[in-house]
Design a binder for this molecule. Structure first.
Ligand code: SAM
Length: 309
């Protein structure tokens, strides 16, 4: 596995992400339309009709699927896979895989055990298959002519996207519900609106976002220590968790705790009767159980918290 990077990592706000991405596609379409008009204007009058027809056909071809084909530059491909810490345990899916470059780099340069690309463009799929075969990795890099909205990608441990913000948002419920917690989702250039990324970086003027699929932690969790009952009430928005902890020594409000994959960690003070009891919770979720070490007043206990139905 390659080491992640010297690159500057930063967390960004959803609003900033939205501002950066909103106009990308609009500008892209405006430039394309301007090119069509320029081509038409500089063409001799007799030839204008067929030239403009060709230009319009090229324009329509370009936009024939949900997202046009624009390849990710190799340095950005590398940065995306580095950010996701791609390695031999991973299965990488690229939704809308173009010429296969992300899947091929993941298998060839990062040694992932399997890479899967899907695209509606059969010529690009043929090209991706040829590219993989020519370097002898076609046993681990597969490409399918399929629609990203109708294909299962639930066994991905890394999902890569170079689509559009609105397509990312359409895919979002499936990403959150079908992918295992801890799966890394890396998007070139386009955000997920109000799902704030865990990390965002710049590479050669491109924005790269990464989200870690959070475990579903909302609900009421209970455990006991030495016969004393604790109850943790959680609500969740993506990886942000809020809630209240109640224990024998009082209560505590938990504000903006972050879930990272299956991990939920927080520190707080239970307050009541004029005392403050320090609590540190480190848990790993597995559905309706969370195995945790809970330190109360300096004493550490290993236990399983249960979600009450
Ligand atoms: C911007 S390109 C990205 C190509 C490649 N992932 C890369 O980063 O170099 C988007 C790709 O998505 C494909 N595409 C668009 N809509 C699709 C859909 N509904 N299902 C599958 N592929 C789609 C396009 O054909 C195009 O190749």
């Amino acid at each position: 596995m390659r080491k992640t990077s010297h690159r500057k990592l930063d967390i960004i706000s959803g609003n900033n992400a939205r501002r950066r991405n909103k106009s990308d596609m609009k500008v892209f379409k405006q430039i394309s339309a301007a090119l069509v008009l320029t081509l038409w204007a500089i063409t001799p009058t007799g030839a204008q009709e067929s030239t403009s027809e060709k230009a319009i056909k090229a324009f329509n071809d370009f936009f024939k699927f949900d997202v046009p084909y624009v390849p990710t530059p190799p340095e950005v491909v590398e940065a995306m896979l580095e950010l996701a810490e791609a390695g031999p345990e991973d299965t990488v899916y690229d939704l809308g895989s173009g010429d296969g470059r992300i899947v091929i780099a993941a298998v060839r340069d990062f040694g992932v055990k399997k890479g899967v690309g899907m695209d509606l463009d059969k010529d690009l799929i043929a090209q991706a298959r040829t590219n993989a075969k020519s370097i002898g990795i076609d046993d681990r890099a597969e490409f399918h002519i399929s629609d990203i909205f109708a294909t299962d990608f639930s066994d991905a441990t890394i999902l890569t996207l170079y689509l559009l913000e609105k397509i990312n948002v359409q895919l979002r419920p499936r990403i959150l519900d079908e992918l295992r917690p801890g799966t890394r989702v890396v998007s070139h250039q386009f955000s997920m609106r109000d799902w704030i990324p865990d990390v965002a970086i710049n590479e050669r003027g491109r924005r790269i976002y990464m989200w870690i699929v959070p475990a579903k932690m909302a609900g009421t969790w209970t455990w006991s220590i030495g016969g004393e009952k604790y109850s943790l009430e959680l609500t969740q928005k993506f990886q942000e968790v809020f809630g209240t902890l109640k224990g024998p020594g009082g209560t505590a409000e938990l504000n903006e705790i972050r879930v990272r994959g299956t991990a939920l960690d927080f520190e707080t003070d239970l307050r009541g009767n004029g005392t403050a009891i320090p609590i540190a919770f480190k848990g790993i979720n597995a559905g309706d159980t969370t195995k945790a070490t809970v330190t109360v007043n300096g004493q550490t206990h290993t236990l399983t918290a249960m979600r009450t139905p």
